[in-house]
Design a protein around this ligand. Structure first.
Ligand SMILES: [Ca+2]
Length: 523
């Protein structure tokens, strides 16, 4: 019965939308019966998917979602590492506001009263549920959820031998007095929320494994099982279901059949596996997160054969997650929820697979800051559209508010993308902003990076004085792979000056409605 009502309400809203009614009208129609939200977070997912023009990557299900939604070709995370990126997206605030720049600190430590995206939906009558990795591991936010967060349990590796080898290494380290399993947790005395975690030295096995197992032998498969179960139970109430997937995060473990999609001999290596010309050291990253794995060299070049294996394993994990997304979408259909559920899919940051001679995230380069972002909503007129407009993760929070007919909280630092989704070619933001902190010896820096239509401009500033220590400038019209830093070329001095002023003006001046002092022309 309620499905019928949902469908009828949806038909009213689509009819109104088709009649060219304003967004206000859509909100009003949606407000009669709330739309659901399926919020899919994928860890470390590059925007290298079929729907982003990479036909060599097998992502038929994400591509199907794109066909009924909109693909944001130039979306950027606010900091290219899990906790800061997620804390920013979920609070709708930028890292300089959350002050979360690391992996160990909970955002409630600095902004205890922030109302997160799921929390706001909960306050507005939604049943909010979080599965697996939504906030960064171990730093869940109980206030966000109507029911306790749920996490899947499974070993990281399938093979008993790998697990035995790791235990042996752990025992050896313990015998040397190096703690490997104790976690130091600092909790909020009132809520019990873990505010900080530290103190564990992780032991790592090989970088990839391809066991011949069913999907739900792995944690992400179990998460899908749980999501499918919940979707079958929630069809009568408005819900906000956040489903987090932990692959393609390292180690790249996925069922063998996804590896079989990518014959090793077909795997190509990055064609820019070198540091950019004239790049400052602070822009680079040591690739430590890959090198800690037992089968990867500690230093020096990653041999081509290993590089090929790693890239293949990454893409196998991407296809594994794509299959999970397919099951979620099918479950929406099976439960009659497709016509009243908004779907948003995002990956928390990009990843260098050897590009710029880096393996990992944690940089301000395009390859680490550019992210996949796809949104589909019932009644969407421009289905299958793609937009090259500059967008940011902080835009997701206000967008979902508007789509669901909820007032947009004034404190948010993003812009609702609903007008852009209705007109994907319209003028939009003049820049997207990311940042990354860096410490070299005793020098503490913050790298502020800005992507304009044509350029990526980055300043590395002293954290205390704010003095600019290094600059990077990449011209995406002539060099989209950021292979040559042209900031220090004398003839670019005027351009650098204009970009520096635009970076100082910041995100407020780059909003679609803002009038920036700096001319937008050719930036
Ligand atoms: Ca991540």
């Amino acid at each position: 019965m309620s499905n019928l009502i949902n469908r009828r309400t949806f038909m009213q809203s689509t009819t109104l939308a088709a009649a060219g009614l304003s967004m206000h009208g859509l909100s009003r129609a949606a407000g009669r019966k709330k739309m659901n939200v399926l919020f899919i977070a994928v860890d470390d997912l590059r925007p290298q998917l079929g729907c982003y023009g990479h036909k060599e990557i097998h992502t038929p299900n994400i591509d199907a979602l794109a066909e009924r939604g909109i693909v944001f070709n130039r979306a950027y995370c606010q900091q290219a590492v899990c906790n800061p990126s997620r804390a920013s997206l979920l609070s709708g605030l930028r890292p300089d506001t959350t002050r979360i720049y690391n992996l160990s600190t909970h955002f409630r430590q600095y902004i205890p009263n922030a109302v997160t995206l799921p929390e706001y939906f909960k306050q507005n009558g939604y049943h909010t549920m979080g599965l697996s990795k939504i906030y960064h591991g171990g730093l869940d936010d109980p206030k966000s959820w109507s029911v306790p967060h749920w996490g899947p349990r499974a070993n990281t590796y399938f093979s008993q031998k790998i697990r035995d080898d790791m235990q042996k290494l752990r025992d050896e380290l313990e015998a040397m007095g190096i703690a490997t399993s104790k976690r130091v947790l600092k909790r909020d005395p009132v809520t019990g929320t873990v505010l900080q975690r530290s103190g564990r030295r992780a032991v790592h096995g090989p970088v990839w494994e391809a066991p011949d197992v069913p999907d739900n032998n792995r944690r992400d498969g179990k998460t899908t099982d749980k999501a499918v179960e919940l979707l079958s139970q929630q069809k009568d109430d408005p819900f906000f279901l956040a489903v987090g997937y932990i692959k393609p995060h390292l180690p790249f473990v996925a069922p063998k059949r996804y590896f079989d999609l990518y014959p090793l001999e077909d795997i190509k290596l990055a064609d820019n596996s070198f540091y950019p010309e004239d790049v400052p050291d602070c822009a680079l990253y040591s690739s430590l997160e890959l090198r800690v794995y037992s089968d990867v060299v500690d230093e020096g070049p990653i041999p081509d054969e290993k590089a090929r294996e790693v890239r293949r394993a990454y893409w196998a994990c991407v296809s594994f997650i794509d299959a999970q997304v397919g099951r979620l979408l099918k479950s929406l259909d099976d439960n009659g929820l497709r016509d009243n559920t908004i779907v948003v899919l995002w990956g928390d940051h990009g990843w260098h697979l050897g590009e710029n001679d880096i393996w990992g995230k944690m940089t301000n380069f395009e390859i680490a800051t550019r992210v996949p972002m796809i949104i589909s909503y019932p009644g969407q007129e421009k289905m299958g559209a793609k937009t090259d407009a500059l967008t940011e993760f902080v835009d997701i929070y206000p967008t979902l508010c508007e789509l669901c007919g909820l007032p947009i909280p004034e404190s948010l630092e993003g812009t609702s993308m609903v007008p852009l989704m209705k007109d994907p070619q319209r003028r939009w933001k003049t820049a997207a902003f990311s940042q990354y902190p860096r410490r070299i010896d005793k020098q503490r820096m913050m790298g502020h990076s800005m992507r304009t239509d044509r350029y990526r401009y980055t300043e590395w500033r002293d954290r205390k004085s704010g003095n600019v220590l290094e600059r990077e400038l990449y011209d995406h019209r002539s060099n989209s792979k950021e292979n040559v830093n042209i900031a220090n070329i004398p003839s670019n001095a005027k351009l650098v000056e204009r970009l520096a002023e635009k970076l100082r003006e910041g995100w407020q001046a780059a909003k679609p409605s803002a009038r920036a002092k700096v001319s937008k022309r050719s930036l």
